[in-house]
Design a protein around this ligand. Structure first.
Ligand SMILES: Nc1ncnc2c1ncn2[C@@H]1O[C@H](COP(=O)(O)OP(=O)(O)OP(=O)(O)O)[C@@H](O)[C@H]1O
Ligand SMILES: O=P(O)(O)OC[C@H]1O[C@](O)(CO)[C@@H](O)[C@@H]1O
Ligand SMILES: [Mg+2]
Length: 322
């Protein structure tokens, strides 16, 4: 006897591809004969009763859009024992026995708590940061990478024309994956990530001077948001190398835009997998990608897994950009 009535919500920072996941959950649920509710603005919708029944057509024409048609929120009220009980009561009153939560690690903690309060929850990793340890891939990451790369290519045109150095900050509070991969894709002379301490002289100035000695005249330095101090780093580069330098913080442009094919397809597969679990009355799981396979893990185990930064790729990137 699987879940008969389910709900789907998006929570935490939005990510391109969340709509594809919502669409997949709604249409898979309906095709399994379930009643499906769309919850507005993350956990807030469960607290305020702001949710409505979805049809096949409720999710038409959203797969190609960034953002989330269900809106999203960070909900301090839900993040209390009383908030979790109130959300569970909303589910009970409407007969909802399963909830699919599309979001990041914080949202999964919420999903674990809500499962503890008697509502089967499944998490789907949706965040541009790729900072969820249990999965090789989070929905939105590929679109964000491509956006960051395209933006830096544009910055490079003007950087090259002026023989300058551009220091570009990309998103990633605790995770350097966006910085590492865009750094490789744009040929950054240095990439700074929160996972690896850096030596300003050796890792930035000496590398720039060595490249300058072989004829290089313009430079890109990529800095992850979690490293911070982007303006300060830029001024120091100019002072210590004599190369005119400019700082750009890419910011939320990385969170928007039409999702790439990869984000749409992975989101669709994860959405279907989440509903299959609920159909088997399985809850407290996070859907994940391992290689090209869609798998799932216990939420608590998933949250306790250590994140592994690809230090080997980081070393390779330093060898290639010189
Ligand atoms: N420990 C927790 N227990 C219960 N609920 C939580 C917990 N942590 C977070 N939440 C709920 O999940 C919401 C989203 O969490 P958070 O703001 O950390 O974003 P996230 O899901 O990690 O996404 P991202 O970091 O990618 O923006 C919170 O506003 C809160 O309602
Ligand atoms: O939009 P907000 O709430 O300022 O959050 C920004 C954060 O969200 C993310 O985009 C996704 O977690 C981070 O990279 C960034 O630090
Ligand atoms: Mg998070």
């Amino acid at each position: 006897m699987g879940a008969k009535s389910i709900a789907v919500l998006t929570s935490g920072g939005d990510a391109p591809g969340m709509n594809a996941a919502v669409r997949a959950v709604v249409r898979s649920g309906l095709s399994f004969g379930m009643k499906v509710y769309g919850v507005m603005r993350g956990y807030n919708g469960l607290l305020n009763g702001d949710l409505h029944e979805m049809s096949m057509r409720s999710v038409s024409d959203i797969i190609q859009h960034g953002g989330t048609a269900l809106f999203t929120a960070r909900s301090p009220e839900f993040n209390t024992p009383e908030g979790v009980q109130k959300a569970a009561a909303t589910c009970r009153n409407l007969g909802i026995d399963g909830v699919v939560v599309i979001g990041g690690d914080g949202s999964f903690r919420g999903a674990r708590d809500l499962t503890g309060a008697g509502v089967l929850c499944i998490g789907i990793p949706g965040t541009i940061d790729n900072d969820i340890a249990c999965t090789d891939y989070t929905i939105g990451y590929d679109t964000a990478l491509n956006t960051a790369m395209e933006m830096i290519d544009r910055i490079r045109d003007t950087t090259e024309s002026h023989d300058r150095c551009s220091v570009v900050e990309v998103m990633g509070r605790r995770c350097g994956d966006i910085a590492l991969h865009t750094g490789i894709a744009v040929g950054a002379i240095a990439t700074l990530v929160p996972e690896i301490p850096y030596d300003f002289q050796k890792d930035i100035v000496d590398r720039m001077k060595a490249a300058q000695a072989t004829g290089k005249k313009h430079f890109i330095v990529v800095v992850a948001e979690g490293v911070g101090k982007t303006q300060e780093i830029t001024e120091r580069i100019q002072k210590e190398t004599g190369i005119e330098s400019r700082a750009t913080i890419l910011g939320h442009v990385q969170r928007g835009g039409s999702p790439t094919l990869r984000d749409r397809v992975v989101a669709s597969r994860m959405g279907y997998h989440a509903v299959e679990l609920l159909q088997k009355s399985v809850g407290n799981r996070v859907v994940a990608m391992k290689g090209e396979q869609i798998v799932d893990f216990d939420i608590t185990e998933a949250l306790n897994m250590p994140r592994v930064f690809d230090e080997n790729l980081y070393r390779i990137s330093a060898k290639l950009s010189i």
